[in-house]
Ligand binder design. Structure first.
Ligand code: 3PG
Length: 418
């Protein structure tokens, strides 16, 4: 048991039906019916292999796509193929979530066999909009269709979905009311690594925050600065631009219009508060790159010409960030410095990732774009820890107990039937 939660060492699974929630939500090429990335699939393989090797009848529940952000639900059928490829063993798939066909398929499983159910978010009670509108208690979640239909077929519930641990939904928090529960190996690793990092990071501890989803970055910045976790926060992407605006600096009309269009103008006030309290710890870029006639052109702050939109930090800022990363003992990164997908505007992100690859600091990255950048710049083996979670990690860093952690603590107290 760790942090009050059972690990796979605490549960006997041989011959038992294990209902296991994984997060294998990945970008999908719908036209080809294929996954564009398999990072999360690969990350949960150790748990699945261990449970199957130990003789569990393994039932996997997973979601693909979000109702709230991008309305792109998709079947989990391609995921079954990828899971089978990485496991080197058969992974059955059923195009049903908890109806009669799914239940028959579960009952037919033999020891060691693995079955993936279809996208749990095809069931309305499992959706994020349902969660945000109604927020059922965990007791109430135990009475939803999914849990009512599947829990009686299961002996043990395992959650390996750290990346979805901030979601309060039946497949994540309902089963722990009824079944003895444990966290999988990936959940255990992510939870313990990040907890340790937040408790006592080696110093100096540097946070690099960028990207386009900046509500999250501001939330994280507030937490790590007010909690005394970060010694320095290096900012890029829209995070840096909003802070500069908050500081009364001229980032150009285009950048201001873009920030307004994206609905982030309200963060300018948050930026002012952060700068008032923690100015000496926050580093903002002093030069930028824009694209003119298809080419990268750099400008220092205050000289960005009308009509030019900032798309990357400039090379002077990137060099300064490299030095800070190389002299840190812990570095945590969430979000790129600019539009690194395009050649003229990738240099800032590339330089930061180069420093992440050769610093002696303990390096942690989280979030989808940061994982993509790590792969693009071939630094995967050089980063100490790559967290599969984006939203979950950010919520964890705010210090609040994640719903799934709370549920797993509850389910860890339920004793297995003999
Ligand atoms: C993620 O991609 O961050 C997780 O899979 C959670 O997905 P969600 O934000 O759609 O709940």
């Amino acid at each position: 048991m760790r942090f009050g939660i059972n690990t796979l060492d605490d549960v006997e699974v041989k011959g038992k039906t294990v209902l296991c929630r994984v997060d294998i939500n990945q970008p999908v090429d719908k036209a080809a019916g294929k996954l564009k990335d398999t990072t999360r699939i690969e990350a949960c393989i150790p748990t699945l292999r261990e449970l199957s090797d130990k003789g569990a009848k393994l039932v996997l529940m997973a979601h693909q796509g979000s109702d709230i952000e991008y309305k792109n639900f998709y079947t989990t059928e391609p995921h079954a193929k990828e899971l089978a490829r990485f496991l080197g063993r058969e992974v059955k798939f059923i195009d049903d979530v908890c109806g009669p066909a799914a239940r028959e398929a579960i009952k037919a499983l033999k020891s060691g066999e693995i079955l993936l159910l279809d996208n749990v978010r095809f069931v309305s009670e499992e959706q994020t909009l349902f969660e945000t509108k109604l927020l059922l208690s965990h007791e109430e979640q135990a009475k939803t269709l999914l849990v009512r239909k599947l829990a009686p077929l299961g002996d043990i519930y395992v959650c390996d979905a750290f990346a979805a641990a901030h979601r309060d939904q039946p497949s994540l928090c309902g089963f722990e009311e009824l079944l003895p529960s444990a966290m999988g190996r990936l959940f255990e690793e992510e939870f313990c690594v990040i907890s340790g990092l937040m408790e006592k990071p080696d110093r100096p501890c540097v946070f690099v925050l960028g990207g386009a989803k900046i509500n999250d970055a501001f939330l994280m910045m507030t937490t790590v600065l007010s909690g005394g976790i970060a010694d320095t926060v290096l900012t890029g992407g829209l995070v840096g631009e909003v802070l500069l605006w908050a500081d009364g600096k001229d980032i150009g009309e285009e950048a201001r219009a873009f920030i307004k269009k994206e609905g982030y103008e309200n963060l300018v006030d948050t930026g002012k508060e952060l700068l008032t309290k923690y100015r000496e710890k926050i580093v903002m870029p002093g030069d930028f790159a824009v694209v003119q006639d298809g080419k990268r052109v750099e400008y220092s702050l205050g000289t960005i010409p009308p009509g030019a939109l900032i798309l990357d930090i400039g090379s002077e800022s990137a060099k300064k960030y490299q030095e800070a990363i190389r002299s840190a003992k812990t570095v945590f990164v969430n979000g790129p410095m600019g539009v690194f997908e395009e050649a003229p505007t990738e240099a800032g992100t590339k330089m930061v990732w180069e420093a992440l690859g050769d610093t002696k600091a303990y390096t942690v990255i989280g979030g989808g774009d940061s994982i993509t950048a790590t792969k693009k710049y071939n630094k995967t083996g050089l980063i100490n820890y790559i967290c599969t979670g984006g939203g979950a990690l950010i919520r964890f860093l705010t210090g609040e107990e994640l719903p799934v952690v709370k549920a797993l603590r509850h389910g860890s107290k339920i004793k297995a039937k003999k």
